[in-house]
Design a protein around this ligand. Structure first.
Ligand code: DQA
Length: 146
């Protein structure tokens, strides 16, 4: 199986960006750890980060036909982007929404997600571990279906 990890705007700054909220780990380290976990499970993991909405949408489109599942931390686009939602639904690839912080415990504008209702599941609030929990959840979901 092949998974795609997508990270949206400002997540390239993990490690230095508001560490009290998002932790000290860099995206590079998070991706490397997840790749290691994927390798052990026999999953090929591709990672993509962009600060541009269109680039995220193009990467989702490029996954059509070749990607079995998506892990997505869309950052602030989670709360604003109908276009990203449409891309995920158009691709028809099962996805898990994830966040480092507990978005429900933050400002009210972060309570809304345009991705959540069609996700396989949502993982929020576990810091870098959210990526690993989301991976395990997606994997279990897809293995059950096979
Ligand atoms: C985030 C939460 C979003 O509200 C915020 O805009 C981010 C990071 C998280 O991982 O906690 O950029 O997705």
């Amino acid at each position: 199986m092949r998974f795609l990890l997508i990270n949206g705007p400002n997540l390239n700054l993990l490690g230095q960006r508001e560490p009290s909220l998002y932790g000290a780990e860099t995206l590079e380290v998070i991706e490397a750890d997840l790749k290691e976990m994927a390798l052990k499970e026999g999953i090929q993991l591709d990672c993509f980060q962009s600060n541009f909405e269109g680039a995220l949408i193009d990467r989702i489109h490029a996954g059509i036909g070749g990607v079995d599942g998506i892990l997505i931390n869309a950052g602030a686009f989670t709360h604003t982007s109908i276009a990203l939602r449409d891309a995920l639904l158009s691709a028809d690839i099962p996805y898990v929404e994830l966040h480092l912080s507990n978005t429900s415990a933050r400002e009210s504008f972060r309570h809304q997600s345009f991705l959540a209702d069609r996700a396989v599941g949502i993982v929020t609030g576990f810091g870098a571990m959210s990526y690993q929990l989301a991976f395990q959840g997606l994997l279990a979901h897809l293995r059950k279906k096979r």
